[in-house]
Design a protein around this ligand. Structure first.
Ligand code: 8Y4
Length: 290
């Protein structure tokens, strides 16, 4: 008889992702207005699939376990995108990644139509910054059998940074995610497919973001895997005064703090560098077996 594995793991459609050490989710942004890196994937105002595939392959070679493909910008002031436009940006790239690379594909979307289409084409995870709160999203996610990352946010992405307020940000975020996880399970999402995310930068001040990072262990102790998205975010600029293309060192420091706080998945732009930083943390924590 095979003994059931005690290692933490995440069911992503047909694949099991081992979470006994932190995993890397590489960001592939297919929006033309992504101010951090998406623009360069465009040629003659169309998404260049070959260029996007090269980016995807490079991230897998550098150690990405998951690739997160997004076609809707959630940044304040971004132009809204139609459901069809979002689907047309994401699906062709998804299909090529599934065909050519050995990696779990995550779709960064709140759109139930795209969730359904992506699941039918081999995606392994849904990454929804609106935590399946859009009409129909929870039902589609439950039916899909994909892993689901539910993220905390305050307000709508377009206006969320106006005046974020919390009683106690760590308690409020943990309470929301615990309740939302229960709602998802009640709606048919298998618990072993859920991931929790505090949503750094989504309706949070600088102090809120660092309180959440310092208190991340309280979120990890809820018993579900935790994803942290800190890469190149403005909390780095607010401490260091750096434009988005000079935030690598800050991003690596925050990735290590998150991993030490128990984060299981790190959503990053700089996969190779994050991989090396995590390898050094792993060596420090397992020096006896080196
Ligand atoms: C520079 C580059 C500055 C990017 C800011 C940003 C998260 C997420 C985003 C997150 C999960 C972003 C889609 C915002 N952040 N999904 N998505 N968690 N699960 N901003 O933290 O990267 S987009």
């Amino acid at each position: 008889m095979t003994r059931p594995s005690q290692r933490p793991a995440l069911q992503c459609a047909g694949r099991l992702l081992d979470l006994s050490r932190p995993r890397i989710m590489g960001i592939i942004n297919t929006t033309p207005d992504s101010f951090s890196d998406g623009g360069s994937l465009y040629r003659d105002s169309a998404l260049d699939l070959d260029r996007a595939m090269a980016r995807a392959r490079a991230q897998v070679d550098a150690g990405a376990d998951i690739l997160d493909i997004g076609g809707e910008s959630t940044r304040p002031g971004a132009s809204p995108v139609s459901s069809q436009e979002e689907i047309d940006r994401v699906l062709p790239l998804l299909e090529r990644i599934v065909a050519e690379l050995d990696v779990v594909v995550s779709v960064d979307t709140s759109n139930p139509e795209l969730m359904r289409e992506a699941a039918a084409r081999g995606a392994g995870m849904i990454n929804d910054v609106r935590a399946l709160e859009r009409d129909g999203a929870l039902a589609v996610a439950a039916e899909s059998g994909l892993a689901v990352c539910i993220m905390h946010r305050q307000g709508e992405p377009a206006t969320m940074q106006a005046a974020p307020r919390y009683e106690d940000v760590v308690t409020d975020v943990c309470d929301y995610l615990r309740q939302r996880a229960e709602d998802c399970v009640a709606g048919g999402v298998v618990r072993e497919r859920l991931v929790l995310d505090p949503g750094f930068g989504f309706g949070k001040t600088l102090q809120h973001n660092f309180a959440l990072l310092a208190g991340l262990e309280r979120l990890s102790s809820l018993g579900l895997p935790v994803l942290a998205g800190l890469s190149r975010k403005s909390m780095i600029d607010k401490v260091l005064g750096r434009p988005v293309d000079r935030r690598l060192a800050g991003s690596l420091a925050l990735a290590l703090f998150a991993a030490q706080g128990g984060a299981h998945i790190l959503r990053v732009h700089d996969v190779a560098e994050t991989h090396d930083a995590l390898a050094m943390l792993h060596a420090k924590e397992h020096w006896e077996t080196l």
